[in-house]
Design a protein around this ligand. Structure first.
Ligand code: IFM
Length: 747
């Protein structure tokens, strides 16, 4: 019986939900990601379609209706699309193991099956599929497929297929690599060579961006005849056909090992690992990979007692956060779909700093550093983006490719959603605060100064004003374009300017520039009406969107039910904007202001973005609104588990789920707001305990929060000062310290 808090099981196969499971069951290792497609093709869902995907409104984009979308992604391998700019390439599909009996090829749509089940074991990264195929020729085949992408050897995919029958049966297994897969309907293949020589298959391709990708497969199949030519072999790939005489109750087991190497790797890795993997075999590779997974789980697992669904939702998020991080490779970050789909073209957004980074900073700090190093590496692109607009300094891309170049094909986001440049600086400053002494800010001085120069050039003083403004911007609320003095953007830009000024001062740099940076930071306005912080100037003059009349189906995004034109001329924020600002800078706003913002923005916000509910949940925790916190947790925690993963994993929402548990329910304050480890627990009614490891300013700790107390076990070398539910405590290293929440006493 699988453990319900460690496994996701699918028994409900249907054309409607198949793509969502493909996304949810994506396996990966940081360096290779493979969607949870089936081992055999679905005839009704060809993967080689050519069509034009056009740049559309980002949220209400309607994706192509397709029963299945396979996906194989190697971070960093991008191609150039003539309309959409650079996109992550969906590489050839290496998964294929297709059973054929008496000429009938198994196809989940048309074949008769029984007890079809897939189970993803989150602890080990093993995906298992079992079913019985009732062939037209008569015999029933009991088939089990297992697969994993090795966390220990990140470019290795291992597969095992076991087949059992009750009566002797002749079976052909066609295995191989399909090199005809297109990305968003477009082929990025410049040239391709496919070859098969028993037991090897390989595809060697050159992308339109000049990268070389080599996929090698090796089959290990005892007691079988394998050939490279057999009737019906598909074109555009490398295939083997293995003929097996199945004897009753004597399962035949076939193993397959696939490696993917690219010209981004060092030369000696090209095409060598596959044989090594085959020599090790499935079980040994799995054992090694499970060990690597278990190290990740010990560093990060969050345990919820009293709520198995919340536990599963959190572990699902953690699973994808482990998988999606690129390891040591700082030439890339984590794309918006967590390398689990073609949506958002494999690009990097503000999601990196504001959603993903905190998780890594507080659990596996070296991985946090990879994300900030990525921005340092892509500074050249940010400078090109600024120069392309005739501006000095560095402007980070709203949708970045690995080189940092703006790839968003929609001008209103690309040119105007400029808060990203300040978000990048915020992320680096946050890392600096979370890991003092690690030199994050000093190491990023060039970046921080160039971003400040960009902000200085981007501000303007209107005639009649005595202060600078940021005009014509899009804040996090992407349904209100071209705002003047968006509060979030101004506050973040001011933060970036102050950070630059402080850094210049610490380095002893000349005064001129830094004084100007500070002056501008101090005079950029935050629009207000009484206690209410306005999203932007005149925001409250817009008419409210008529939700009652126009948002008839509350289960679908508002943007799918009204034209973009309506979104743009009414008040209906897509996501947290002012509340996001308040979440990040609690000390800049009084509780009265935060409450006024909550009362004003919550009723008009659509939460069309998956990035929205968790931030609202965090604010609800801070404002002491447990019912609201719970309502937003329910919206946020299982977006992909609930069927949302068809186009990829909402990886920022995965990280936001972690944030809601740790920063919301356990009430940990971010290190950029306090040097003292501060916890204000507010466990949901159904949770009896929440336990998690964190690294607090370099010190590894385990924190356990129950309804009655907080226990901190420190593995630090020195004492740690804490503030638990408003009472100060000193935590000594070594033994657990328990603080009673009612009395504030510790033992
Ligand atoms: O970065 C987000 C944005 O805030 C809302 N639309 C989707 C983007 C990618 O996740």
């Amino acid at each position: 019986m699988p453990n319900a808090t460690w496994t996701i099981t699918q028994t409900d196969f249907s054309p409607e939900n198949h793509k969502a499971y493909e996304g949810l069951f994506t396996l990966g290792s940081g360096a290779l990601h493979i969607r949870g497609a089936l081992e055999e093709p679905i005839a009704a869902a060809p993967q080689n379609l050519h069509y034009w995907r056009l740049p559309g409104n980002v949220t209400s984009e309607v994706f192509r209706e397709q029963r299945s979308k396979v996906g194989t992604f190697v971070p960093g391998v991008y191609g150039s699309h003539p309309l959409l700019n650079d996109e992550l390439i969906n590489l050839p599909n290496p998964l294929l193991i297709v059973p054929i009996v008496a000429g009938e090829q198994f196809d989940l749509d048309g074949s008769r099956t029984e007890t079809h089940t897939r189970t993803l074991d989150l602890k080990t990264g093993l995906l298992t599929r079992t079913f019985t195929w009732r062939t037209k020729a008569g015999p029933d085949l009991r088939i089990t497929h297992e697969r994993f992408v090795s966390m220990a050897r990140p470019r290795v995919l291992a597969q095992r297929c076991s087949i059992e029958v009750d009566a002797p049966t002749d079976l052909v297994l066609r295995t191989g690599i399909d090199a005809t897969v297109t990305t968003n309907g477009f082929s990025h293949t410049q040239s391709v060579t496919a070859s098969a020589t028993c037991p090897h298959t390989s595809v060697d391709l050159q992308t339109d961006a000049g990268d070389r990708v080599r996929i090698d497969g090796r089959l290990v199949s005892p007691e079988a005849t394998t050939t490279t030519s057999a009737p019906g072999m598909p074109e555009g790939g490398a295939w083997l056909a293995t003929s097996v005489r199945l004897a009753a109750s004597a399962p035949v087991v076939v193993e397959r090992f696939v490696t993917i190497a690219t010209s981004r790797d060092t030369r000696d890795r090209m095409g060598t690992d596959c044989n090594q993997a085959a020599e090790m075999g499935f079980d040994a590779l799995l054992a090694e990979s499970v060990e690597a997974w278990s190290a990740r789980w010990s560093a990060c697992d969050v345990r919820v007692e009293g709520d198995p669904h919340a536990q599963l939702a959190l572990r699902t998020s953690l699973f994808h956060l482990f998988r999606a991080h690129p390891g040591e490779d700082d030439r890339v970050a984590i794309d918006a779909k967590g390398y689990a789909g073609e949506a958002y073209w494999g690009r990097f957004f503000w999601d990196t700093e504001m959603y993903l980074l905190p998780f890594y900073l507080y659990t596996e700090p070296a991985r946090g550093k990879v994300l900030t190093d990525f921005r340092l590496r892509s500074l050249g692109g940010a400078r090109r983006n600024a120069a392309s607009l005739g501006l000095p300094g560095a402007k980070f891309a709203w949708e970045s490719n690995p080189a940092g170049d703006e790839c968003c094909p929609n001008w209103h986001y690309a040119d105007h959603e400029i808060h990203i440049s300040a978000d990048v600086v915020f992320g680096i400053a946050h890392a600096d605060a979370a890991h003092p002494g690690a030199g994050y800010l000093e190491g990023a001085a060039e970046l921080v100064f160039d971003v400040a120069r960009y902000w200085m050039a981007r501000t303007a003083t209107r005639s009649g004003d005595d202060h600078p403004s940021l005009l014509g911007v899009m804040g996090p609320d992407e349904y209100t374009p071209l705002e003047d003095n968006n509060a979030y953007t101004n506050a973040l830009a001011a933060f970036a300017l102050r950070t630059a000024a402080g850094l210049a001062e610490r380095r002893g740099d000349a005064r001129g520039e830094r004084d100007a940076w500070r002056r501008t930071a101090d005079t950029l306005p935050i629009p207000r009406r009484g206690a209410l912080v306005l999203q932007s100037e005149g925001f409250d003059n817009l008419p409210a969107a008529d939700f009652a009349a126009r948002w008839t189906d509350r289960d679908r995004p508002f943007a799918g039910q009204v034209p973009q034109e309506y979104l743009y001329r009414t008040r209906c924020p897509k996501q947290a904007d002012v509340l996001m600002l308040m979440w990040l800078f609690p000390r800049q706003f009084t509780l009265e202001e935060q409450r006024a913002a909550w009362d004003y923005y919550v009723p008009i916000t659509t939460h069309d973005s998956s990035l929205s509910p968790a931030i609202h949940g965090l604010m609800a925790c801070r404002l002491g609104l447990p019912d609201e916190a719970w309502r937003f947790w329910k919206q946020a925690c299982d977006i992909d588990l609930r069927g949302g993963a068809a186009e990829g994993i909402h990886i920022a929402a995965c990280a936001a789920t972690w944030q809601m548990a740790i920063l919301g329910f356990a009430g940990l304050e971010l290190a950029n707001n306090t040097e003292t480890l501060t916890l204000t627990p507010r466990l949901p009614a159904g949770w009896s305990a929440l336990e998690f490891p964190i690294v607090w300013r370099g010190s590894p700790l385990t924190i356990r929060v129950t309804r009655a107390d907080v226990t901190i076990t420190s593995r630090a070398e020195t004492e740690i000062q804490t503030m638990i539910a408003g009472t100060p405590h000193t935590i000594a290293p070594g033994r657990p310290t328990t603080i009673a929440l009612a009395t504030g006493t510790s033992r």
